[in-house]
Design a protein around this ligand. Sequence first.
Ligand code: DON
Length: 577
Amino acid sequence: MGIMHRRIGKMTNTWSLFAVRSWILVVALSIFAATFASGARAAPDECAIASAHPLATDAGCEIIAQGGNAFDAAVAVTAALGVVEPYASGLGGGGFYLLHRADDGFEVFIDARETAPGQADATKYLDADGEPVADLSRRGPTAAGIPGIPAALEQLTQKYGSLPLSRTLAPAIRLAENGFKADSRYVRVSGWMVNMLNRFPESAAVYLHDGAPVAQGHVIRQKQLAETLRRIATGGSRVFYQGPMARQMVQSVRSSGGYWTMEDLANYRVVEREPQRFGYRGARITTAPLPSSGGLVMAQTLQILDALNVEAMSEDDRTHVIIEAMRRAYNDRARFMGDQDFVNVPVDRLASRAYAQERAQSIDLRRATPSSELPSIYDVAEEGTDTTHFSIVDADGNRVAATLSINGPFGAGFVAGDTGVLLNNHMDDFAIALASPNLYKLVGNAANAVEPGKRPLSSMSPTFVENERGILVLGTPGGSRIISMVMIGIIDYLGSGGADARDIVSLPRYHHQYLPDRVQVEPDSFSDEWIEALRSRGHEVEIYRRKWGNMQAVFVDAKTGERQVGNDPRGREGVVF
Ligand code: DON
């Protein structure tokens, strides 16, 4: 593990076989115990699903056992995660699905990102002095974009799946109806958000107990959500976007100050996009295109590393260069990126090797470049121009990498009418005003300004990495840090690291996003010398208060065909950002 050999005690998975049961999500339905004894590797007829919750993984494996493919399983896992991780994703949110169909090699990126309501322009999020009001884009119905997940479930089913929604939604309906036991993560996250949830009595009634965080083991039942899922299972996504359910959501949102209309819901469409592709160290990377910034940020960062041949450098030089490359790529995120259906983004140039080469030349090997010396977001401003991830590989080789989100923990905190649907707060992923930082301290300009119908810029990055060693399917929640986490996984895997999914999800993490101008590092993960080497080059280093991310990966070994699952050990610790 050359890249980080000086870090302190790489996190290793030392889970007992029984603790692993729920988290290592290789469920050999008949030879369950033997699977774990063999180290989380799936035989050809087994189920290789890495998700953030054991009950969601079980839901996917149940569908695979019924003869469903990876795409059917993705529907089941999506719906189940929305029930058992209500703070992270759900019918009221959006997400991205990267698919690979084994039959013909067809690959597509399903963009189920939320859209801004037709009446939500930039002025709606500012006070009388033109200053952003954070609450408007973060709490309550004004924060909510038009959800994409119900449409995504139908798209996956109709175009790629083999089982009807009535089968694939059944596990989620059961979990919502009968309830699930709150785990330590649920207790912790609901504890953080108790004030927001108490602002909305319908939310407090479901997600809290008498206005207080529930105790671990408390059973969370979501009867209304079960009914909504049941109606979608029989009527398709149309029952969500049109008719009485839509009317009820619109009324509820508008009576609490939000902007949704019936037309906004009826007009919502998922978009199938070409994935962003590029090469790094001879491997083929397939990942998220706009409106996720993930693909372009990764293409620039990793191609800069190729241009400078970082693998030949000392560890200190290499870490410095990785951080400088991140700084530059996130700088371009802030300057250029937004929904390409609304603004012109120089995608080809930003993704090109020539551009990476040019950016690489501005890196000083001895000194950090202050972010203030990079081109500013103002230069192009006039041109007008709590999340979850799962990875699935089925026995036929169909793959899904999906990152889904309602944004912050418990999203907007607002449940629409009596549908049980908790709404997202993804309006905050827009640049509400020039240089005004969002929840993740990301800044942007006109490229990512609010416009009716536009999709807010995202960092969610479901990714495939392929070379002669095999195929790695990965992704994670974590806001702006998603991209650096996925890159650290790729750099280690394609550098001197091993091809072990469990190691990749456990790697210690650091992050630079241009602004704020500092390197964030996970606590208890790097040696004093490693940190000092960065400081001596002029980097401000912040030891962050907790670890971040919840990466879920599946690795398929090219030689043996074995599939191996890695669940981020941080997930058990309640980390969601
Ligand atoms: O789309 C994005 O980039 C963010 N809304 C993702 C949020 C997230 O990952 C929260 N994480 N725990």
